[in-house]
Design a protein around this ligand. Sequence first.
Ligand SMILES: C[S@@+](CC[C@H](N)C(=O)[O-])C[C@H]1O[C@@H](n2cnc3c(N)ncnc32)[C@H](O)[C@@H]1O
Length: 294
Amino acid sequence: MINGKVVNSPIRWAGSKKKILNEMLNAFKPDKENYIECFLGSGVVLINVLKNNDKLNYKNFYVNDINSNIINFYKLLQKKPTILIKQIFELVSAYNNYNIIEKEEYYYKLRSQFNDEDDLDNKSILFYFLMKTGFNGVYRENKAGKFNVPFGRKEKIVVNEEYLRELSKLIQPVKFYNLDYDSFLDKMNKDGRIDNSFMYCDPPYLPDDLLISQKQELYTNDSFDHRNFVEKIIKLNSKYIMISMSDSKQSDEIYGRFIKNSMKEILRTINPIKLFSSTEIAFTNYEIKITSKE
Ligand SMILES: C[S@@+](CC[C@H](N)C(=O)[O-])C[C@H]1O[C@@H](n2cnc3c(N)ncnc32)[C@H](O)[C@@H]1O
């Protein structure tokens, strides 16, 4: 059984699966050739899959997110950890030495630099910094596709070099993709990766009523059509899929053809200002037995 300490993601991220991770990993279908993750987010699930792969026993890892900053950050960490670490330390030590007014100015200066940056490596480093110092670890863009999260008033940023180096080693076998899930799954299918796979999907938040529907745009500039997503994965005919979701009437209706497995009560940050309590569930197309101990 998987019940060790959960490893954090290097990227600060609202709504990460960290709190229920061991419980989830115990419900994953092990011993498959390919681990496929369609919506990587902070990467915390992938990292802990890799860490526990002596028990899960996957051979290949294919992960995807439509947010290019996330994927470019991980690719840089994978290929050029020394450059990444050096530049992160430069930004962070300047930040830590400033008073709060200077910190705020610095944040907004780097935020506009990030929005105008063309060099992918530089952009990844700025992305890491903004997620650490922005409000609540939220990634949000305005209509023009510009990152617009306000300053988070963090006093000090701590960066652990050894941890980043370990992580860089851990992610060496992973193939990262920056596609819409639809194209990513087409690619997986075309390359014959689906047959012997376990697929984990944590799609964007599904709002339970119309009033909060804008919150589904928290992670990207576009809204997400859950019905299209269900149609897509059904067509794929994969035997082992798990989809994370908050319990709601809407999710029952849209994901009704899957087996509904109830996880435990967790807090999920769906709003930068407010914390909501929700019941986390996992829809699967296979029977699972969750045996994780508290
Ligand atoms: C709920 S988050 C995943 C969180 C992740 N499991 C964690 O614990 O950090 C959903 C992710 O889906 C990505 N996303 C949104 N629409 C997408 C699409 N059409 N195709 C691929 N990824 C998408 C977002 O960028 C976001 O990172």
